[in-house]
Write a protein that binds this ligand. Structure first.
Ligand SMILES: [Zn+2]
Length: 295
């Protein structure tokens, strides 16, 4: 098992140094051909060599790329989820592939969203997630990874920090949104997605100064909740981004904006009912058990 259960985004590299570092690192990897097609669409300020190295570390040199999981039911579940997630945002499917390492199963404990329109999903994280919380956990991880595709496509997130945190928390938010939408995973109560956000929380980290920081566990939990609440509305990716970051400070430190969200007054009226709750999630005043009972 890896030291951190992170789900990193392969950030589009801007510097030639970063690019060559990625390519060098992966040169003995069967994924090399895929990597060479990299044609980065947007610049991501957080592109650091470390991120590339980190990804390379997870897809070991013995990894193989495949179109299927261990059985056809799992494969069709994931492919159908991929279609549902992409079509929710009015998009055609990205390329979804699975990664297996027969010699070291746990080395594939990862899922990666590439700026070239591909999502690579490790066998190990798939089966661990399924064992821990069932299908919904993998639906959420896939929706999180697709959230990164939306970021590549639309030049999001609109907020940048010195770490990957805004990218990652927004991706958690996109996932919470997907789980709620009627034309998404269609879960009407928050308790129904408990397994999913518990998993998201479990992979939060406290490496707050690391470039790969994904947000602390309470922040990730709050981000999923915020995305779920925004799932009350049919939003474009950019509108989701606007609203997510309008309330983002509350996810980070419980300081929700009290001013009016004049661009989306209806959403603001709805969200105002949840300000105190969101603050308490972040501060820990709402316990893990109480959190599961939220509507
Ligand atoms: Zn991510």
């Amino acid at each position: 098992m890896k030291k951190n259960f992170l789900i990193p985004i392969l950030l589009g590299a801007t510097a030639a140094l970063s690019l060559s570092a990625c390519n060098d690192d992966i040169s003995e990897n069967p994924l090399q051909q895929e990597q060479q097609t990299d044609n980065l669409k947007i610049d991501q300020p957080n592109a650091l060599e470390k991120v590339c190295y980190y990804v390379d570390q997870y897809w070991s040199s013995n990894s193989v790329l495949t179109t299927s999981l261990q059985n056809s039911a799992d494969t069709s579940f994931m492919n159908s989820q991929m279609t549902k997630i992409a079509s929710l945002w009015g998009r055609s499917n990205p390329t979804l592939r699975f990664v297996n390492d027969p010699s070291n199963f746990n080395s594939t404990y990862n899922a990666i969203s590439y700026s070239t329109g591909k999502i690579y999903y490790g066998y190990a994280i798939y089966y661990d997630a399924k064992n821990k919380g069932g299908d919904i956990v993998n639906a959420m991880i896939l929706a999180h990874e697709y959230g990164h595709q939306l970021q590549y496509i639309f030049g999001l997130p609109s907020v940048s920090e010195s770490t990957a945190r805004p990218n990652e928390l927004e991706a958690d938010g996109f996932a919470g949104y997907y789980l709620r939408r009627p034309n998404g995973y269609n879960q009407t109560s928050f308790a129904q997605i408990a397994a999913a956000y518990e998993f998201a929380q479990s992979i939060g980290d406290y490496q707050t100064t690391s470039s790969g920081h994904h947000g602390t566990p309470p922040q990730r939990r709050s981000a999923v909740r915020l995305g779920f609440l925004l799932g009350q509305y049919d939003l474009t990716a950019s509108a989701f981004d606007y609203n997510f970051f309008y309330y983002y400070q509350g996810v980070l430190n419980g300081a929700y904006k009290m001013g009016k969200n004049t661009q989306y007054p209806e959403i603001d009226a709805y969200m105002s009912q949840y300000m105190d709750e969101l603050r308490k999630i972040q501060s820990g005043e709402i316990s893990g058990e109480e959190f599961k009972e939220l509507k």
